[in-house]
Design a protein around this ligand. Structure first.
Ligand SMILES: *Cc1c(COP(=O)(O)O)cnc(C)c1O
Length: 356
């Protein structure tokens, strides 16, 4: 490993994945061509796409009604595309506003129907997940952001409701066990927990599609992508390949159940240092703490710059907090080794002693 990479996204990838991909860049599967040079309709690539899609299905244990797609445009395109495909003009969808990303999803959904913001933690700088809220029964669906990358909060339980749930899982997909079948549409930019930048994974139930009357542009119609096996146009070949390798790696680790245990260990090690070290303080309410993005600040902000420099010297990178929160954010995605968190915690201890 080169450095301890706590970047929020794009982020750390397993070494095995990088090594395999570097070979594929020169000669993919003995074809004499780079993965970047093969046709997307060749068997070589079709196998990659098929394996990636079926690994998602397997690792998430999705029911047969689900279809898995790899699309262009990142999660940000899904803010608009999900509403365009699911929300009829004049109908209402419920959204929970738990951070910048949900806020953006709300803004885009308003282009297609009414949005009822059923709860928001905006007033408290998104330091918690709203607990008490009612979902109007006529809502077409409920949209949540399962993990709030910028603020470091995470839904610990999924709301119980009869209406379909749509979820942006960009920053905690496949990091913990969850009944994914409770959802009707799940989307995730793959650059955080399932690969490199360039694609967005969408898992959608066929039964929720085809119900709006508006004309959907072909490229934005989920049904078209499903009919074409996620190959309606040239897919982001390299991003899908890296994602496939990352999912293979996850399966080799023992899948979601196994990685969840490691993720819990990493998060509790770091949070307990934050709670016990007088120099640092967490920024969100404890019960909603994210196991993926750990946000914290210093009681003496004037030391923050110095701590960042110190970390850099220790090969710890990517821990500067998002500008809207300040302080620090350590992202502990699946591919981040436990050892990196140990190094981070050692650095916090050492720095704190030096300053005492
Ligand atoms: C990173 C992130 C996004 C944005 O993803 P893009 O692929 O850059 O569009 C959206 N939602 C969440 C929760 C994220 O963490």
């Amino acid at each position: 490993m080169k450095v301890h990479n706590f970047n929020a996204g794009p982020s750390v990838l397993p070494n095995e994945v990088l090594y395999k991909a570097s070979k594929a860049l020169i000669d993919f599967e003995g074809s004499g061509m780079s993965i970047l040079e093969i046709g997307h309709r060749t068997e070589l690539f079709m196998n990659v796409m098929d394996e990636a899609r079926s690994l998602v299905r397997e690792l998430m244990q999705l029911e047969d009604d689900f279809e898995v797609l790899y699309l262009h445009g990142g999660a940000s395109t899904q803010f608009m595309q999900s509403a365009m495909n699911l929300l009829e003009n004049g109908e209402t969808a419920g959204y929970v506003d738990t951070g910048v990303w949900s806020y953006k999803a709300i803004k885009e959904a308003k282009n297609f129907g009414y949005v009822d913001v059923v709860a928001s933690s905006r007033e408290s700088n998104y330091n918690h997940i709203p607990k008490q809220f009612t979902i109007p029964p006529q809502s077409k669906y409920l949209h949540i952001t399962t993990n709030n990358t910028i603020y470091g909060t995470q839904w610990q339980t999924i709301p119980v409701t009869d209406i379909p749930i749509v979820a942006d899982m960009s920053s905690d997909i496949l990091s913990r066990q969850m009944d994914f079948n409770r959802f009707s549409l799940i989307y995730a930019g793959v650059q955080k927990n399932m690969g490199a930048a360039g694609a967005c994974m969408v898992a959608v139930r066929k039964s929720v599609l085809g119900k709006v009357s508006r004309k959907i542009p072909t490229i934005l119609d989920y049904k078209v992508h499903i009919e074409n096996g996620s190959m309606f146009n040239t897919p982001p070949v390299f991003a899908v390949y890296i994602s496939m390798l990352t999912l293979r790696w996850l399966k080799e680790q023992g899948g979601v159940a196994a990685i969840e245990k490691v993720n819990e260990k990493k998060a509790s090690l770091l949070y307990s240092e934050i709670d016990n070290n007088p120099l640092f303080r967490g920024t969100v309410v404890k019960e909603d703490r994210s196991r993926m993005n750990v946000c914290f600040i210093m009681d003496k902000p004037e030391l923050e710059e110095e701590f960042l420099k110190f970390c850099k010297k220790e090969d710890i990178v990517g821990i500067k907090g998002h500008r809207s929160v300040g302080g620090f954010r350590a992202s502990l995605y699946n591919a981040l080794p436990y050892e990196s968190v140990e190094v981070m915690v050692e650095a916090m201890k050492y720095f704190s002693l030096k300053k005492a």
